[in-house]
Design a protein around this ligand. Structure first.
Ligand code: NAD
Length: 275
């Protein structure tokens, strides 16, 4: 019974094994480091530039944590299967997947190519499906180990405020995140009886390479802050702390939820003074 558990609040993920996709930069890097700080061994996925993942692994090990770098393009079924085989061989099993890898390829709607559409859907949506399916197969194979966690496994999908806010000029991206919402909820519904929890974190504007043009000049930042009631841009650690909570038994009764971590961006800020 989860309610009777005593939690180590400093190391709530002690003895757990995690895989974070797209973990060599931005939000994924912060998640990998936070999960490691919370006690998990972490497989740090990268798609190119191995040295960027090696740097994250070295940082985690320098802090006393356990980590390995694992390669895969998350949109490639064979590479995803090979990555999960490598991570489970190294760690013995997996308890946590953070489905974080994502990208943008923006274009005006009438100019968007099929390639731009398929690349974004392939990584942001199909990639989450492929990784979640491999994780679930391992969770079901192993089952619940009560000494480790009251769940057989936990999946955290990195969504976006654009799972609900339409985004002109980015219809491929918004469609991929809308898809992630139903992927997450449908998995959560189907897998809850098997003690697998699936949730999403939906970041607002977070200071990472993916959206550099939205914050790296004073003018861009001022325009961005008009959309954020909290009046600050988010940092990757804002997301990572939420991911640790969702990965731990502290959130044991939470499944099928999207936690918006957005400084109020989804609160229709224009209505604070208008409407
Ligand atoms: P980022 O560009 O630093 O991180 C994206 C990561 O995904 C990179 O490490 C990249 O190498 C990796 N990646 C891209 N294609 C891949 C593939 N085919 N296989 C494996 N990895 C791949 O940007 P970020 O902001 O840290 O983005 C992380 C996630 O957060 C994304 O899913 C993004 O949509 C989401 N997000 C970000 C923001 C934001 O404001 N930064 C807001 C909402 C959602």
């Amino acid at each position: 019974m989860a309610a009777e558990n005593s939690f180590d609040l400093l190391k709530p993920l002690q003895n757990q094994k995690a895989l974070v996709t797209g973990a060599s930069s931005g939000i994924g890097e912060a998640c990998a480091k936070a999960l490691a700080a919370a006690g998990a061994a972490v497989a740090v996925n990268y798609v190119s530039h191995r040295e960027t993942a090696d740097r994250v692994v070295a940082d985690i090990r320098a802090g006393g944590g356990e980590a390995i770098a694992v390669h895969a393009d998350v949109s490639d079924e064979g590479e995803v299967q090979a990555m999960f085989a490598e991570a489970t061989k190294a760690f013995g099993t997996l308890d946590i997947l953070v489905n974080n890898a994502g990208l943008q390829q923006d274009a005006a709607f009438e100019e968007m190519t099929l390639q731009q559409w398929q690349t974004v859907i392939g990584v942001n949506l199909t990639g989450q499906f492929l990784c979640a399916r491999e994780a679930v197969r391992e969770f079901l194979r192993r089952g619940v180990v009560p000494a480790t966690s009251s769940a057989a496994g936990k999946i955290i999908c990195m969504s976006s405020v654009h799972e609900v806010i339409p985004w002109g000029g980015h219809v491929n991206y918004a469609s991929s995140k809308g898809g992630v919402m139903q992927l997450m909820k449908s998995m959560a519904q189907e897998l809850a009886p098997k003690k697998i929890r699936v949730n999403s974190v939906a970041p607002g504007a977070i200071r990472t390479p993916i959206n550099r043009s939205a914050w790296d000049t004073p003018e861009a930042l001022a325009a961005l802050l008009k959309l954020i009631p909290d009046q600050r841009i988010g940092e990757p650690e804002d997301i990572a702390r939420t991911v640790v909570w969702l990965a731990s038994d502290l959130s044991d009764y939470v499944t099928g939820a999207t936690l918006f971590v957005d400084g109020g961006m989804t609160l229709y800020p224009g209505f604070a003074t208008g409407g």
